[in-house]
Design a binder for this molecule. Structure first.
Ligand SMILES: NC(=O)c1ccc[n+]([C@@H]2O[C@H](COP(=O)([O-])OP(=O)(O)OC[C@H]3O[C@@H](n4cnc5c(N)ncnc54)[C@H](O)[C@@H]3O)[C@@H](O)[C@H]2O)c1
Length: 337
């Protein structure tokens, strides 16, 4: 049995708990939970019969676990991840893995010294519709990518403990928090861009709320948009539209079907996915399905059992994606004016 210590039992910690519940047959379970809000930790601990710790560091220092799963506000990721690696635990860290280049460097040093498995929660790399696109491009099924647009737009997220999401020094703004999903996927799909150009709109405190980026690649045009201050009634939406030489593929999380392939010749069609876990959440956050989260935790725990390397979303990839978003923020004039 793989014993998991879950740190942070808020929105994302609850999502992970739901996924671990669904993974019980895989011989993995939560045996320890930490949250400074006792009632949040208790809710998950009762579900699993797990011990409760008053904060993340006390769990890392005292719980008998194999894995530390970090669902803390982003500014707390680095110190907890380093401590967990030093205590000989494998680590799963939510995205964005860290906030700065120097935090990324410290994490890489700890990983090198401890040789633990570390995976970053870049769940889009395991989201069915994005997995499909990655395979199509890798297999060159419809030729090369000509243009690609990615979008992630949301009403204002309001669930965060102590409003940490809207304190730019704690979350890195919508750019680092939400947009990293697309920057990371663009790198994963097309490789490192030669540069970025970004423009942003801001709230009355000068903090980025919406950003548009173009990524410089030879022979293709790649753009992305992120926004998290649409009206409350606006549905959360993630999208891509990719024009290849022999087809255009469109994904829109708000539509049914979500994904349509339009070949240059012939009828459009919707690929069938063998979705393993399609539960939806009622946790008040801005995602529509738990599939990608389930897939990533299943993949991570499989690698632990096999003693294999993390190939999808390893630590160094999560850090490169943070660095790319930091370049975008710099191009846009800074996360806060
Ligand atoms: N992969 C995704 O799609 C996705 C979606 C949302 C959030 N996230 C990421 O997940 C992480 C957590 O975000 P969230 O939305 O769950 O935030 P949240 O505010 O809902 O939850 C954070 C929890 O951490 C607890 N906490 C704070 N300090 C603590 C400490 N020292 N020890 C133990 N608990 C402590 C808080 O009480 C809170 O319950 C962030 O990095 C965020 O960017 C990822």
């Amino acid at each position: 049995m793989i014993k998991v210590g879950l740190i942070g039992a808020g929105f994302m910690g609850s999502m992970h708990a739901t996924c671990y519940e669904a993974l019980k047959d895989e011989k993995i379970t939560i045996t320890a939970v930490a949250d400074i809000r006792n009632s949040y930790a208790t809710k998950i601990a009762n579900q699993f019969g797990a011990s409760i710790y008053e904060d993340g560091m006390s769990l890392i220092n005292n719980a008998d676990v194999d894995v530390i799963d970090i669902c803390l506000p982003t500014y707390l990721h680095t110190e907890h991840a380093i401590e967990a690696m030093k205590k000989d635990r494998h680590v799963f860290i939510e995205k964005p893995v860290c906030l700065t280049k120097s935090e990324g460097d410290k994490l890489l040093i700890a990983k090198k010294e401890t040789h633990k498995l570390v995976m970053v929660g870049q769940c889009i790399r395991l989201w069915d519709e994005y997995v499909y696109l990655k395979k199509i491009v890798e297999k060159n099924e419809y030729g090369k990518v000509i243009t690609a647009t990615f979008k992630r737009i949301s009403p204002l997220p309001t669930w965060a403990w102590n409003n940490w999401l809207h304190k730019v020094q704690l979350s890195g703004s919508v750019a680092l928090d939400m947009h990293i999903h697309d920057s990371d996927f663009i790198r994963y799909l097309l490789g490192e861009p030669n540069g970025v150009n970004a423009v942003a709109s801001r709230n009355n405190k000068g903090v980025i709320q919406q950003m548009f980026t173009t990524y410089n690649y030879p022979n293709k045009v790649v753009v992305a948009e992120v926004c998290w201050d649409y009206p409350d009634s606006f549905p959360f939406c993630m999208e891509y539209r990719v024009k290849l030489e022999k087809a255009t593929i469109v994904y829109d999380s708000t539509k049914i079907p979500t994904l349509i392939v339009y070949p240059t010749h012939g009828e459009s069609f919707t690929p069938k996915f063998n979705q393993k876990f399609t539960d939806t959440n009622d946790l008040g956050g801005n995602v529509s399905s738990l599939g990608g989260y389930y897939n990533e935790l299943k993949y991570f725990t499989k690698k632990i059992k096999e003693k294999g390397a993390i190939e999808i979303a390893p630590l160094n990839e999560g850090i490169k994606s943070v660095n790319l978003v930091l370049d975008e923020i710099h191009s846009a004039g800074g996360a806060k004016l």
